[in-house]
Write a protein that binds this ligand. Structure first.
Ligand SMILES: [Fe+2]
Length: 253
Protein backbone atom coordinates (compact mmCIF):
# COMPACT_ATOMS: atom_id res chain seq x y z
CA UNK A 1 0.00 0.00 0.00
CA UNK A 2 1.21 3.49 -0.84
CA UNK A 3 -0.15 6.86 0.27
CA UNK A 4 0.30 9.93 -1.91
CA UNK A 5 -0.54 13.42 -0.65
CA UNK A 6 -2.02 15.70 -3.31
CA UNK A 7 -1.75 19.48 -2.96
CA UNK A 8 -2.81 21.98 -5.60
CA UNK A 9 -3.41 25.61 -6.48
CA UNK A 10 -1.29 27.26 -3.84
CA UNK A 11 -1.31 30.65 -5.64
CA UNK A 12 1.50 32.28 -3.67
CA UNK A 13 1.00 35.99 -4.40
CA UNK A 14 3.26 37.72 -1.92
CA UNK A 15 0.47 38.13 0.64
CA UNK A 16 0.64 36.84 4.20
CA UNK A 17 -2.66 35.08 3.55
CA UNK A 18 -1.42 32.90 0.71
CA UNK A 19 1.78 32.00 2.56
CA UNK A 20 -0.11 31.20 5.75
CA UNK A 21 -2.54 28.85 3.96
CA UNK A 22 0.30 27.01 2.23
CA UNK A 23 2.29 26.82 5.43
CA UNK A 24 -0.66 25.29 7.32
CA UNK A 25 -0.98 22.50 4.78
CA UNK A 26 2.76 21.82 4.64
CA UNK A 27 3.07 21.81 8.41
CA UNK A 28 0.09 19.48 8.79
CA UNK A 29 1.31 16.99 6.20
CA UNK A 30 4.86 17.11 7.52
CA UNK A 31 3.67 16.27 11.01
CA UNK A 32 1.56 13.23 10.15
CA UNK A 33 2.63 9.96 11.71
CA UNK A 34 2.64 8.53 8.19
CA UNK A 35 4.08 6.96 6.23
CA UNK A 36 3.41 9.37 3.36
CA UNK A 37 5.24 8.00 0.33
CA UNK A 38 5.20 11.08 -1.91
CA UNK A 39 3.66 14.51 -2.42
CA UNK A 40 2.16 15.59 -5.74
CA UNK A 41 1.57 19.32 -6.34
CA UNK A 42 -0.57 19.93 -9.42
CA UNK A 43 0.14 23.49 -10.40
CA UNK A 44 -0.66 27.15 -9.85
CA UNK A 45 2.21 27.50 -7.44
CA UNK A 46 2.75 31.23 -8.02
CA UNK A 47 -0.22 33.50 -8.69
CA UNK A 48 1.61 35.77 -11.14
CA UNK A 49 4.59 33.58 -12.03
CA UNK A 50 7.21 35.95 -10.66
CA UNK A 51 10.61 34.92 -9.34
CA UNK A 52 9.74 36.57 -6.01
CA UNK A 53 6.64 34.41 -5.63
CA UNK A 54 8.63 31.27 -6.45
CA UNK A 55 11.23 32.21 -3.84
CA UNK A 56 8.46 32.28 -1.24
CA UNK A 57 6.97 29.03 -2.57
CA UNK A 58 10.38 27.38 -2.57
CA UNK A 59 10.78 28.21 1.09
CA UNK A 60 7.29 26.96 1.98
CA UNK A 61 6.78 23.81 -0.09
CA UNK A 62 9.35 21.71 1.72
CA UNK A 63 7.95 18.31 2.58
CA UNK A 64 9.90 15.54 4.29
CA UNK A 65 8.76 13.23 1.48
CA UNK A 66 9.67 12.83 -2.19
CA UNK A 67 7.86 15.71 -3.91
CA UNK A 68 6.96 16.38 -7.52
CA UNK A 69 5.49 19.68 -8.75
CA UNK A 70 4.11 20.77 -12.14
CA UNK A 71 3.11 24.19 -13.50
CA UNK A 72 -0.43 25.49 -13.93
CA UNK A 73 -1.87 28.32 -15.97
CA UNK A 74 -0.74 30.91 -13.40
CA UNK A 75 2.85 29.69 -13.50
CA UNK A 76 5.76 30.83 -15.65
CA UNK A 77 8.02 28.06 -16.91
CA UNK A 78 11.38 29.94 -16.90
CA UNK A 79 10.95 31.22 -13.32
CA UNK A 80 9.52 27.85 -12.20
CA UNK A 81 12.58 26.08 -13.59
CA UNK A 82 15.07 28.50 -12.19
CA UNK A 83 13.75 28.95 -8.65
CA UNK A 84 11.70 25.85 -7.86
CA UNK A 85 13.73 23.28 -9.79
CA UNK A 86 17.10 24.99 -9.40
CA UNK A 87 17.88 24.71 -13.09
CA UNK A 88 20.75 26.86 -14.24
CA UNK A 89 20.58 28.94 -17.41
CA UNK A 90 21.33 27.40 -20.76
CA UNK A 91 18.26 25.21 -21.04
CA UNK A 92 15.20 26.24 -23.01
CA UNK A 93 13.20 27.64 -20.12
CA UNK A 94 10.01 27.75 -22.14
CA UNK A 95 9.81 24.00 -22.84
CA UNK A 96 7.20 21.91 -21.05
CA UNK A 97 8.19 20.78 -17.54
CA UNK A 98 7.41 17.05 -17.44
CA UNK A 99 8.64 15.05 -14.48
CA UNK A 100 8.50 11.48 -13.23
CA UNK A 101 8.74 10.07 -9.73
CA UNK A 102 9.11 6.38 -8.98
CA UNK A 103 8.37 5.20 -5.46
CA UNK A 104 7.71 1.69 -4.15
CA UNK A 105 6.90 0.27 -7.57
CA UNK A 106 4.54 3.15 -8.41
CA UNK A 107 5.27 5.58 -11.24
CA UNK A 108 3.92 9.12 -10.98
CA UNK A 109 4.07 10.89 -14.35
CA UNK A 110 3.43 14.61 -14.02
CA UNK A 111 2.71 16.39 -17.30
CA UNK A 112 2.91 20.10 -18.01
CA UNK A 113 -0.51 21.05 -19.40
CA UNK A 114 0.10 24.80 -19.26
CA UNK A 115 0.22 26.99 -22.37
CA UNK A 116 2.45 30.04 -21.86
CA UNK A 117 0.30 33.18 -21.79
CA UNK A 118 -3.02 31.34 -21.71
CA UNK A 119 -5.39 29.94 -19.10
CA UNK A 120 -6.62 26.87 -20.94
CA UNK A 121 -4.49 23.75 -21.14
CA UNK A 122 -2.88 21.52 -23.75
CA UNK A 123 -0.36 18.69 -23.90
CA UNK A 124 2.13 19.41 -26.67
CA UNK A 125 3.69 16.78 -28.94
CA UNK A 126 6.81 16.46 -26.82
CA UNK A 127 4.76 15.95 -23.65
CA UNK A 128 2.56 13.27 -25.22
CA UNK A 129 5.67 11.50 -26.57
CA UNK A 130 7.29 11.72 -23.12
CA UNK A 131 4.16 10.32 -21.42
CA UNK A 132 3.94 7.49 -23.95
CA UNK A 133 7.54 6.51 -23.22
CA UNK A 134 7.00 6.63 -19.46
CA UNK A 135 3.91 4.45 -19.74
CA UNK A 136 5.58 1.98 -22.09
CA UNK A 137 8.51 1.48 -19.72
CA UNK A 138 6.48 1.25 -16.50
CA UNK A 139 6.44 -2.14 -14.82
CA UNK A 140 3.88 -1.30 -12.12
CA UNK A 141 0.90 1.01 -11.57
CA UNK A 142 1.04 4.57 -12.91
CA UNK A 143 -0.64 7.74 -11.72
CA UNK A 144 -0.78 10.50 -14.33
CA UNK A 145 -1.00 14.04 -13.05
CA UNK A 146 -1.39 17.48 -14.60
CA UNK A 147 -2.95 20.84 -13.81
CA UNK A 148 -5.93 21.03 -16.20
CA UNK A 149 -8.97 18.77 -16.01
CA UNK A 150 -9.73 17.03 -19.34
CA UNK A 151 -13.52 17.05 -18.96
CA UNK A 152 -16.14 19.54 -17.71
CA UNK A 153 -16.86 19.20 -14.00
CA UNK A 154 -19.84 21.52 -13.59
CA UNK A 155 -17.98 24.76 -12.84
CA UNK A 156 -18.44 26.73 -16.09
CA UNK A 157 -15.79 29.41 -15.66
CA UNK A 158 -13.04 26.84 -15.20
CA UNK A 159 -14.57 24.29 -17.56
CA UNK A 160 -14.14 26.92 -20.29
CA UNK A 161 -10.37 26.76 -19.70
CA UNK A 162 -9.98 22.99 -19.33
CA UNK A 163 -7.56 20.79 -21.29
CA UNK A 164 -7.87 21.25 -25.06
CA UNK A 165 -7.76 18.24 -27.41
CA UNK A 166 -8.38 15.73 -24.60
CA UNK A 167 -8.86 13.01 -27.20
CA UNK A 168 -5.09 12.95 -27.75
CA UNK A 169 -4.50 12.24 -24.07
CA UNK A 170 -7.32 9.70 -24.08
CA UNK A 171 -5.66 7.74 -26.89
CA UNK A 172 -2.40 7.53 -24.93
CA UNK A 173 -4.12 6.52 -21.69
CA UNK A 174 -6.33 3.88 -23.31
CA UNK A 175 -3.27 2.28 -24.94
CA UNK A 176 -1.57 1.70 -21.57
CA UNK A 177 -3.52 -0.37 -19.07
CA UNK A 178 -1.13 0.33 -16.21
CA UNK A 179 -2.62 3.78 -15.61
CA UNK A 180 -4.70 3.74 -12.42
CA UNK A 181 -6.05 7.30 -12.32
CA UNK A 182 -5.61 10.86 -13.48
CA UNK A 183 -4.91 13.48 -10.78
CA UNK A 184 -5.50 17.16 -11.55
CA UNK A 185 -5.96 20.59 -9.99
CA UNK A 186 -7.15 23.84 -11.60
CA UNK A 187 -10.76 23.67 -10.37
CA UNK A 188 -10.10 24.42 -6.67
CA UNK A 189 -12.58 21.91 -5.30
CA UNK A 190 -12.39 18.27 -4.30
CA UNK A 191 -14.23 16.41 -7.04
CA UNK A 192 -14.17 13.11 -8.86
CA UNK A 193 -15.16 12.28 -12.41
CA UNK A 194 -14.25 9.89 -15.23
CA UNK A 195 -12.10 10.25 -18.36
CA UNK A 196 -10.81 7.61 -20.78
CA UNK A 197 -12.40 4.96 -18.60
CA UNK A 198 -10.28 6.09 -15.65
CA UNK A 199 -11.11 7.80 -12.38
CA UNK A 200 -10.16 11.47 -12.36
CA UNK A 201 -9.59 13.19 -9.04
CA UNK A 202 -9.58 16.98 -8.72
CA UNK A 203 -7.63 18.21 -5.69
CA UNK A 204 -9.00 20.77 -3.26
CA UNK A 205 -7.47 24.21 -3.65
CA UNK A 206 -5.11 25.62 -1.06
CA UNK A 207 -5.86 29.23 -2.06
CA UNK A 208 -9.65 29.04 -2.39
CA UNK A 209 -12.61 26.77 -3.14
CA UNK A 210 -14.70 26.92 -6.32
CA UNK A 211 -18.46 26.60 -5.99
CA UNK A 212 -21.08 25.35 -8.41
CA UNK A 213 -23.44 27.84 -10.09
CA UNK A 214 -26.15 26.30 -7.95
CA UNK A 215 -24.28 27.46 -4.84
CA UNK A 216 -23.40 31.08 -5.58
CA UNK A 217 -24.01 34.04 -7.87
CA UNK A 218 -20.43 35.30 -7.42
CA UNK A 219 -18.12 35.66 -10.44
CA UNK A 220 -15.71 34.01 -10.31
CA UNK A 221 -17.47 31.57 -7.98
CA UNK A 222 -14.58 31.30 -5.52
CA UNK A 223 -14.97 31.09 -1.77
CA UNK A 224 -11.87 32.50 -0.06
CA UNK A 225 -13.16 31.84 3.46
CA UNK A 226 -13.37 28.07 3.28
CA UNK A 227 -10.20 26.51 4.68
CA UNK A 228 -7.35 25.15 2.52
CA UNK A 229 -7.51 21.47 1.66
CA UNK A 230 -5.56 18.60 0.21
CA UNK A 231 -6.13 14.93 -0.61
CA UNK A 232 -4.61 11.64 0.43
CA UNK A 233 -4.64 8.95 -2.27
CA UNK A 234 -4.28 5.39 -1.06
CA UNK A 235 -3.05 2.88 -3.64
CA UNK A 236 -3.92 -0.58 -2.39
CA UNK A 237 -2.00 -3.70 -3.30
CA UNK A 238 -4.78 -4.76 -5.68
CA UNK A 239 -4.12 -1.62 -7.76
CA UNK A 240 -7.13 0.49 -6.73
CA UNK A 241 -6.84 4.13 -5.81
CA UNK A 242 -9.03 5.51 -3.01
CA UNK A 243 -9.01 9.28 -2.52
CA UNK A 244 -9.68 11.05 0.77
CA UNK A 245 -10.29 14.81 0.79
CA UNK A 246 -9.19 16.81 3.83
CA UNK A 247 -9.74 20.40 4.87
CA UNK A 248 -7.63 22.14 7.45
CA UNK A 249 -9.34 22.99 10.73
CA UNK A 250 -10.61 26.54 11.11
CA UNK A 251 -8.21 28.91 12.81
CA UNK A 252 -9.00 30.24 16.26
CA UNK A 253 -9.40 33.96 15.61
FE1 LIG B 1 -5.61 27.76 -9.65
Amino acid sequence: MLTIAHVSDVHIDGSARSAERAERVVRHLSGLPGPIDAVLVTGDIADHGTAEEYEIAHGLLRFPYPTIICPGNHDSRPEFRKVLLGEAGGTDGSAAINQVLRVGGLTVALCDSSIPGRDDGHLDEETLRWLTEILASATGPVLVGMHHQPVPVGVPYVDDIRLREPERLEAVLRAHPRVVALLVGHVHTPASTVFAGLPVYVAPGVASTALLPQETTAHPPLDFDLPPGFALHVLSDDGRLTSHARVMPALDM
